[in-house]
Ligand binder design. Structure first.
Ligand code: PLP
Length: 345
């Protein structure tokens, strides 16, 4: 166990840009708490940080972009699904630095560029649509996918670009969520909640946000629990990758912790519906419920699906009325403008 101040000073050893004003707000959700009649619900507003309309990738890009600049890179390469917020935020982080953002997508180029793709265009990013490969269907591990895409990008662009793994899923990027864990712990402590049962729930896409939170909470020895909700069935051996990353984060911060894949707090498949970016009625209902009770928007690809999971878990009695659930709002707004009929009745 490491004292929070010591851990913070270890984290400060890494060069970092600041893309937000911290701590991000931790707000109660009184109407939703009443309506769902379960645990006390809170929302942690990581949707409001970062470049180019924000989201959780801001905390990862703070470290990753600082390294790209330190290495004197003039090109950054990354990739993701068609509505990748990570790719859009990488484009936004590159723009003011005069760095070219190269975004790889695996699938044919859509007829209309909507949502995040439209914003990439506005930000001047170079989009590469490759009609095959890219994993994302559960057949490859994250590590293999990153390796393959990195090779492909090197063939296309030549060597020397700064490569950011899908979703910023690396030790360096996920230090950002170790930081977030410390921040949440301090906020809970001001609210005198650290001795209460608290679970922080996040959408899990590449699982880096979850791994960072796991490592952060373990390192400071808090009782706060974390739970990831898989939103896409994207990767083979997903819990193994998350467990490994959490262990590597602890090691990078000076402590040894082994996480077993079977103990990784992620609910796989159950709330992912038909797969990544395939929107189900439960997701739409969750988005509407949060919007119409609290005036807060979620997104259809990540947070809406994760919140549909929270609602179902509450209905099934997973959290008692004396418990607190902190939903991490990880952003994702641009995907609300992809299908104009999404909320039509
Ligand atoms: C809006 C949003 N929420 C959640 C996630 C999941 O984060 P992670 O990839 O760290 O699991 C992502 C990206 O994948 C995202 O864009």
């Amino acid at each position: 166990m490491t004292h929070i101040h010591e851990l913070r000073s270890r984290l400060e050893a890494w060069p970092r840009f600041k893309y937000g004003s911290y701590p991000t707000p931790l707000e109660p959700l009184p109407n939703l708490t009443k309506q769902l009649a379960g645990p006390q619900l809170w929302i942690k507003r990581d949707d409001i940080i970062g470049p180019g309309m924000g989201g959780n990738k801001a905390r990862k890009l703070e470290f990753l972009m600082a390294e790209a600049v330190e290495q004197g890179k003039d090109k950054v390469v990354t990739f993701g699904g068609l509505q990748s917020n990570h790719a859009r935020m990488t484009a936004a982080a590159c723009a003011p630095l005069g760095i070219e953002a190269h975004l790889f997508y695996f699938g044919p180029k859509p007829k209309d560029l909507r949502g995040n793709l439209l914003l990439n265009q506005l930000l001047g990013a170079k989009m590469h649509f490759v009609p095959f490969g890219g994993g994302n269907d559960g057949s490859l591990t994250i590590e293999t996918t990153n390796r393959l895409v990195r090779m492909l990008a090197t063939v296309r662009l030549g060597p020397g670009a700064y490569f950011i793994p899908v979703g910023g899923h690396s030790v360096l990027g996920c230090l950002g969520y170790v930081n977030a864990a410390l921040e949440i712990h301090e906020q809970l402590s001001h609210l005198r909640l650290t001795n209460h049962p608290v679970t922080v729930v996040t959408a899990a896409g590449t699982g880096g946000t979850l791994a960072g939170l796991m490592a952060g909470f373990t390192l400071i020895g808090t009782r706060v629990k974390v739970l990831g909700i898989d939103i896409g069935k994207l990767w083979r051996a997903f819990p193994t990758a998350i467990a490994r990353l959490a262990g590597d984060l602890c090691a990078a911060l000076g402590e040894t912790h082994q996480y077993r894949p079977e103990d990784t707090p992620v609910i796989e498949n159950r709330y992912a519906g038909m797969g990544y970016a395939r929107v189900s009625d439960d997701t739409l209902l969750a988005i509407k419920t949060v919007a119409q009770t609290e005036g807060i928007m979620l997104d259809p690809v990540y947070t809406g699906k994760a919140f549909a999971g929270v609602i179902d878990l509450i209905r099934k009695g997973r959290f008692g009325e004396d418990e607190h659930v902190v939903f991490l709002h990880t952003g994702g707004y641009p995907a609300l403008w992809v299908d104009e009929d999404m909320f039509a009745v």
